[in-house]
Design a protein around this ligand. Structure first.
Ligand code: AMP
Length: 396
């Protein structure tokens, strides 16, 4: 069964409840200030479509941060409501809570077409996918829309359980459509050569995706702290670099597989004697005991850039080094430049790679920048996401 999109729904006089990912970064000092509104901006197409196509009321839902099931006003969606009102040129009423009795009254009043429910995660029932909580949310509306791609890998009440109560009345929004179309270009018959670049520090988290990628890619370039367990597994010295025993065993396992020939590892590094200390060029694979690797070196940049140049499809997740520190950002920025210069379909898989691409000033040169790091990686690994499966098939 194919996914139904919002433009297939008859919205005339309907109350629509829609889940978005408004989990925006707030300013640490001034919690009313949003530091990056991208996630809200990405929802506007779907919101405007619903409002312009006959819906009687629109109820918006989202989580923000990790308030751990408690009401904590540091995580209030108030700044989101204010920003949305300015973008929609309309009032956006923020409810006291998701189960506030006043919501039912608001639904009977003519004014205030848009209602934003307060942070879903103020209720522990959201993340435990509680059936009664999902049912309570469903009671507000006739139609359910999910456009929270960044949360689609979660089996939560508002992304998963709620589908049970909207049989044939559940639709995906335009952001999910865009994300799935981009992911299809790397997960279903990608144009070859297909090169994946994986970096960052969460090795154990990404090992599964590496195994999956090795089946479909022509070349896998490993950088960042991901590289050291692999180098160590191959018998090189990695000095004081980030590298756990568990990750080395995982790397050994991957290197034993037939597909291991597709892996490229750094041939040189930029390192330091301490985290963020003075940058030193280490012109070989081995890192001496008193040093740690903090970026890929210039010969590795050249090697990886030449593989990127020949590619037709490129997937990038995770920086090539400690890119937040300018002394160790060169590798990451040069890889971003190589992607920007390429004619390939380039997909940036969320999280820190997105910050890195933004830092490079080359974001507009990428084919697609995913709004959900975890969700896009899980989609590539498993070929589906719970939130999307539930929209397609319901829960059974
Ligand atoms: P991830 O969330 O797995 O993509 O990891 C991103 C983080 O990994 C960033 O904060 C980077 O600074 C960090 N990182 C990348 N390479 C290194 C490295 N060689 N040593 C320490 N941290 C690194």
């Amino acid at each position: 069964m194919a996914l139904s999109y919002i433009d297939q729904a008859d919205l005339t006089d309907k109350v629509v409840i829609a889940r978005f990912d408004f989990n925006v970064p707030l300013d640490k000092e001034d919690k009313s200030k949003i530091n990056d509104t991208t996630r809200i901006d990405n929802a506007l197409d779907t919101i405007n479509y619903i409002l312009e196509n006959g819906a009687k009321k629109l109820i918006l839902m989202s989580h923000l941060g990790r308030p751990k099931g408690e009401r904590n006003m540091d995580y209030s969606l108030e700044p989101v409501a204010t920003y949305l009102a300015s973008q929609l040129n309309d009032d956006v009423i923020l409810s006291e809570s998701c189960t506030d009795r006043g919501i039912k009254t608001l639904l009977t009043l003519n004014e205030s077409k848009v209602i934003l429910l307060e942070n879903l995660r103020f209720h522990p029932e959201e993340t435990t996918n509680d059936r009664s909580f999902a049912q309570a949310l469903s009671k507000y509306a006739d139609i359910y829309v999910n456009d929270a791609f960044g949360a689609a890998h979660r089996k939560h009440a508002s992304t998963y359980g709620i589908n049970e109560f909207f049989n044939k009345k559940a639709y995906a929004g335009f952001l999910i459509k865009k994300e799935l179309e981009a992911l299809a270009k790397v997960s279903e018959s990608p144009k070859r050569p297909f090169v994946a670049i994986v970096g960052g520090a969460k090795v154990s988290d990404k090992i599964k995706i590496i195994e999956r990628l090795l089946v479909s890619v022509d070349s896998l370039l490993i950088g960042g702290a991901m590289a050291y367990p692999f180098l160590m597994a191959k018998g090189f010295n990695v000095g004081k670099s980030l590298c756990s025993d568990e990750d080395v065993s995982l790397a050994k396992k991957i290197l034993k597989e037939k597909t291991a020939g597709k892996i490229s590892l750094p041939v040189d590094h930029i390192g330091s004697t301490e985290f963020g200390g003075e940058a030193t060029n280490i012109d070989k694979e081995d890192i001496s005991d008193d040093f740690m690797g903090l970026d890929i070196g210039p010969r590795t940049v050249e090697l990886y850039s030449s593989k990127i140049k020949d590619a037709q499809t490129i997937l990038w997740n995770g920086p090539m080094g400690l890119f937040e520190n300018d002394d160790f950002a060169n590798g990451t920025l040069k890889i971003a430049k190589a992607l920007a210069d390429s004619n390939a379909f380039t997909l940036i898989g969320g999280g820190d790679s997105v910050s890195a691409v933004n830092k490079s000033g080359l974001a507009s040169k990428m084919s697609h920048i995913s709004t959900g790091g975890g969700a896009s990686l899980e989609f590539i690994e498993k070929g589906s996401l719970p939130g999307i499966q539930a929209l397609k098939f319901g829960l059974n």
